[in-house]
Design a protein around this ligand. Structure first.
Ligand code: SAM
Length: 325
């Protein structure tokens, strides 16, 4: 199942020539990279549609928009990927119906398939966040997770959000890398990848080594990753962009400091070894450790560490007018 019948088809196996062309065309790079990732994305990021991820998605929403009046009638997700944010928010009761959109046809295909499996009232469409293909004042809520940093003109995308929102409607974006957080996360990730892929060359650790062609494909993708990640943000800059776009009640929050310092090496290690080595027990231990460090961040670090040092930024704002939700 894809989005609309006139949407372009996914292209999960880009040729070398296409990758070269993408280096000079950022939107093409976004499509190739995310089409390539789409079918394995949920596994790579341990995304699920059960209590664990429902609570996570809802926690991000409530952290930045605690006073929203729920449920919204119709929600839009930009850069939906496999649907992680909106589908889990809808399962938590945030909106009655929704539209998942993404620049990557492969992602829209997986997101609509996930929505159908969950029995949610959701349609899908290939869409660029800088030119959202919906009429003015269509939605009550616009959400996005880890998408703003891929969009060349973030302020333009925020203006587009406000255009398609009804007066009083709200946008909520989460999962955006802060400038300082991204610096330490990237360094930790690169070091973990190097150590893991080198150490698993040792004969007695061969069972922990992913097949060479998979590692080569990951390295090719990593070259494109450097192209698709366009921005990092200071929370105050995010607030400035939203205000200049025309939003009111603008507010940015940040979270994850100790959790990010620990989580990035863990996630990179998991991507570098065969999936079957990561048992359910291991995953639960890692998840509990992440919960513990998140608690530490929320209850201790938050009081002593400035907000721009945390890894994840969230942003909300409201379209001026009517009901003021
Ligand atoms: C890091 S992924 C996040 C996916 C999902 N929201 C999540 O959190 O799992 C970023 C997504 O943004 C999409 N994207 C990149 N540029 C975009 C644009 N200009 N408009 C809409 N989506 C875009 C990519 O195709 C990709 O699916």
């Amino acid at each position: 199942m894809t989005g609309r019948p006139d949407d372009p088809a996914p292209n999960p196996h880009a040729t070398e020539a296409q990758v070269q062309a993408a280096l000079a065309d950022n939107k093409l790079a976004q499509v190739l990279y995310h089409d390539w990732e789409a079918e394995t994305y949920d596994d790579k990021w341990s995304i699920s549609y059960d209590e664990r991820c429902i609570a996570y998605a809802r926690g991000r929403f409530d952290a930045v928009a605690p006073n929203a009046v729920l449920p919204y009638e119709r929600a839009l997700e930009l850069g939906c990927g496999t649907g992680f944010f909106l589908l889990n928010l809808m399962q938590s009761g945030i909106a009655k119906s929704g539209s998942v959109t993404d620049l990557s046809p492969g992602m829209v295909r997986v997101a609509t398939r996930n929505a159908q499996r969950l029995g949610l009232d959701v349609d899908g469409r290939v869409a660029d966040a800088e030119t959202i293909p919906y009429e003015d004042e269509t939605f009550d809520l616009v959400v996005g997770h880890a998408v703003l940093h891929h969009i060349p003109d973030v302020e333009l995308a925020l203006k587009e959000c406000l255009r398609v929102l009804k007066p009083g409607g709200r946008f909520v974006f989460a999962g955006e890398p802060t400038t300082i957080g991204n610096r330490y996360a990237r360094r930790l990730g690169q070091a973990t990848w190097k150590v893991t892929t080198e150490i698993t060359k040792l004969p007695f650790l061969q069972g922990w080594r992913r097949p060479q062609e998979e590692l080569d494909e990951s390295s090719r993708a990593a070259a494109l990753e450097a192209v698709v990640d366009l921005h990092t943000f200071d929370p105050a800059d995010l607030e400035g962009m939203a205000t200049r776009a025309g939003a009111v009640d603008v507010h940015a929050e940040t979270e994850e400091f100790a959790a990010a310092l620990w989580g990035w090496p863990v996630r990179t290690f998991e991507a570098a070894v065969p999936d079957e080595k990561l048992t359910w027990r291991y995953r639960m231990v890692m998840y509990r450790a992440w919960l513990g460090l998140s608690w530490l961040d929320e209850n201790v670090m938050r009081r002593v560490v400035p907000r721009q040092f945390f890894y994840n930024a969230m942003l909300t704002g409201v379209k001026p007018g009517a009901s003021g939700r």
